[in-house]
Structure formats: C-alpha cells, structure tokens
Design a binder for this molecule. Structure first.
Ligand code: FES
Length: 124
C-alpha cells in the first residue's frame, strides 16, 4: 500500500492519516513496500537461531544481492524477511516460501531452492 494514498483513504473513511498508517504497518501481510513474487521468510526464533539460521539468511541475501535494508530484488521476484518463530521448531532451521514450509535447511539447500524457484518462475 503506497503512502501517497493514505490521505485519500483517511478522508474517505473519516479517520486520521495516523490511524491508516498504524493499520498499514501493524499487520504483517500489509506492507508499504511492494513484495516479490516469492516471499521467503527465514525463521530466526530461538530453535532455528541455535541451529544456524543466520548463515542461511546470509546466503540468501548474498545470492540475491539483498541486505537488511533491501529486502526485495529489483525485478520483484524475491523478498527475503525474517520471522521470530514459524511454529515448526522441531524441524529447525526452517524457512517458508509463500507459506510453504521448507524444513531442516542449510545455506546450500537455500541456494538450490533459489535456483528451483528461478526455473519455476521462467516456466510459469
Ligand atoms: S524457532 Fe524457528 S520454527 Fe520455531
């Protein structure tokens, strides 16, 4: 949801722009930034962190030339985010792609997954 439309929504609904902003930023599925076709969420909850989720996150960011401040690729194909627990701690480290769960990940498996998604998007 681009911020430019907040005044219009606020006027239309008869509420303050601040209220619109707080709703737009509160819910995880709302975002001020456009997201990629594939939204990858790397779990960094305690169980996943202990089982080395950070090297997986770093590999994904490095493969996709992303960073903490740049979460989505310029071609809008991939977004990489972290979450605090996906509720699948027994399968740690875990990541999801558009809500499909990928258990027991490693940096190499993550790179491989990117290649598969890349191919899938070309064939789509
Ligand atoms: S800590 Fe990663 S799934 Fe719970």
């Amino acid at each position: 949801m681009p911020e430019e439309i907040f005044p219009h929504i606020a006027k239309r609904l008869g509420v303050s722009e601040a209220s619109i902003y707080s709703v737009a930023t509160f819910y995880e599925n709302f975002s001020l930034e456009p997201k990629g076709k594939y939204v990858i969420k790397v779990c960094d909850g305690t169980a996943c962190h202990v089982r080395r989720s950070i090297p997986i996150l770093e590999r994904l960011r490095s493969d996709l030339k992303l960073s903490e401040g740049k979460k989505t690729t310029d071609d809008l194909k991939f977004t990489v985010e972290t979450v605090s627990c996906l509720g699948a701690c027994g399968l740690a480290p875990v990541l999801t792609v558009n809500d499909k769960v990928y258990p027991v990940m490693t940096p190499d498996k993550a790179s491989e997954l990117l290649k598969q998604l890349e191919e899938e998007s070309l064939n789509a």
